[in-house]
Design a protein around this ligand. Structure first.
Ligand code: KG4
Length: 340
């Protein structure tokens, strides 16, 4: 019998539902929340309310696009955490209600594991390249910057991670500081394409091991712009492309230096990236280039799987379901998940 999994993702500001049949994607619906733009960041209370409004239509649409009835579902996979608690509560409560009404099991998924396994979602007409185990994933988003070793769909080990800000936060905070808007990553990415990445230089942190730090570069950019503006008030306006290109290059250098080190230390040549920042065009190009140079096999997720989506939750849940995992009704979502 076919195994149909309904995935539900509501960890931050995207309400998403997806249906997979035996690992093949039948639908992936995402309702994004524009309401946060005016505030320059996600407002948790507004996010929860929007999830509550979106969840029923989004799940209905996912089932309808998949062309299956609720009764055809084998299990429901939902994001337990990490994320905003109010947002997670909407998805998990909905999953529980549906699981009870259909009398089918639930599987809980760590959101980050979804990002790590995104390349395993199979799609009709696509290349469907997925890394062989073990592989390394550079997981980079608004909340995380980690290098993770993945030994199987159920076995993960964090080799290094940020000790302060996530790289996505550095993009977002610096964009705000430069008056470029929110979310900062896509804006800086776009402007960087027209700028000179070698024009300005920012100090890089010197951390031992495979850990990252991104708080210093933010301060470095802030002081640099402040000093230049004191000399020339139009400095920012006249140099924003070069500033973005140089700032982005520094972030990519920091990310890649440790990834190269991790690959060397582990001897692993299967390399992937995941999370919101993996949509960055500079990072993607650099990974491919480094991969060719170092004879890695590199895997870039499709853009639609870089941001939060339920397809990745459904695939992570699918493997857990096959392994016999089931989630009890009294499970509660958690905003932080210390480890895998
Ligand atoms: O994984 P994600 O959608 O969710 C959270 O972590 O909450 O990641 C969002 C992050 C934001 O910081 C956003 O600025 C960043 O991903 N991002 C990008 C790009 N697109 C999104 N950063 C750099 N370049 C991009 N093209």
């Amino acid at each position: 019998m076919a195994c149909c999994i309904l995935g539900i993702e509501s960890s931050c500001d995207d309400t998403s539902a997806a249906v997979l049949r035996d690992g093949w994607l039948l639908s992936n619906v995402i309702a994004s929340q524009d309401v946060h733009k005016a505030f320059g960041g996600v407002v948790p209370e507004l996010a929860s309310r929007a999830h509550e409004q979106n969840i029923v239509p989004v799940v209905s649409e996912a089932l309808s696009r998949a062309g299956i009835a609720r009764e055809d579902l084998s299990a429901i996979a939902f994001t337990r955490g990490p994320g905003l608690l109010g947002s997670l509560l909407v998805g998990s409560s909905f999953a529980k209600a549906l699981s009870l009404s259909l009398d089918i099991p639930m599987v809980m998924v760590n959101h980050l594991q979804g990002h790590l396994l995104a390349n395993f979602v199979k799609q009709e007409g696509a290349e469907n390249r997925a890394p062989a185990f073990p592989y390394l994933c550079l997981l980079v988003s608004g909340g995380n910057s980690q290098i993770v070793r993945v030994d199987s769909p159920l076995e993960f080990e964090i080799l290094g991670q940020t000790i302060d800000d996530a790289v996505g936060e550095a993009f977002d905070k610096c964009s705000k500081m430069l008056g470029l808007g929110y979310p900062g990553g896509p804006v800086i990415d776009r402007l960087a394409r027209q700028g000179d990445p070698e024009r300005f230089h920012f100090a890089k942190p010197h951390l031992p091991g495979l850990d990252y730090s991104f708080s210093g570069i933010k301060t470095s950019l802030l002081y640099f712009v402040r000093d230049e503006m004191a000399k020339d008030p139009s400095f920012l306006e006249n140099n924003k492309e070069d500033l973005c290109a140089s700032f982005q290059k520094t972030l990519i250098d920091i990310l890649m230096d440790k990834l190269v080190k991790a690959a060397r230390q582990t001897g692993i040549r299967e390399i992937t990236i995941g999370g919101g920042v993996s949509a960055n065009s500079g990072l993607r190009e650099r990974l491919v280039r480094e991969g060719e140079r170092r004879r890695w096999n590199t895997y870039l997720p499709e853009f639609k799987f870089t941001t939060d989506n339920a397809a990745m939750i459904a695939i992570a849940g699918y493997y857990r379901y096959l392994a016999g995992e089931r989630c009890p009704m009294d499970i509660a979502p958690v905003s932080r998940m210390a480890d895998f």
